[in-house]
Design a binder for this molecule. Structure first.
Ligand SMILES: [Zn+2]
Length: 123
């Protein structure tokens, strides 16, 4: 049976890795999650003056070599890399998702918010 793979753009923060991986495995029936991290990656990608090239290179390897079929973009509560309020995080996640959609139009993109209970929610 083919194993299903997701690629996830997440913060470096160690508090959010396992909750996000578990949520994706449970809700999208994925076997593995390739993780690409950057501090406050939702804020990083939402600012169009930040280059996307290096992140795109990594996403492309996940798609082309590991057969990732879906992209997740994550923002989380109490993020030191992107210290903004929840509503700004939600905006940043959606902006980042649309930027990724332009880079990878063939891929489905899903935004996730990790709340103060360290539970992931789909946006
Ligand atoms: Zn963070």
């Amino acid at each position: 049976m083919t194993q299903k793979r997701a690629v996830c753009l997440n913060c470096i923060d160690g508090r959010v890795q396992l909750p996000v991986i578990q949520w994706i495995k449970d809700n999208f029936e994925m076997d593995y999650v390739d993780m690409i991290t950057e501090p406050g990656i939702d804020g990083f990608l939402s600012d169009s003056t930040n280059p996307i090239d290096e992140i795109s290179r990594k996403v492309r390897i996940s798609i082309e070599k590991n057969n990732a079929s879906i992209i997740f973009i994550v923002g989380h509560h109490d993020c030191k890399g992107n210290p903004v309020c929840e509503s700004d995080h939600r905006d940043h996640i959606l902006l980042a998702a649309s930027r990724l959609k332009r880079e990878f139009p063939e891929m489905t993109g899903v935004g996730l918010w990790v709340n103060s209970q360290w539970k992931a929610e789909r946006l």
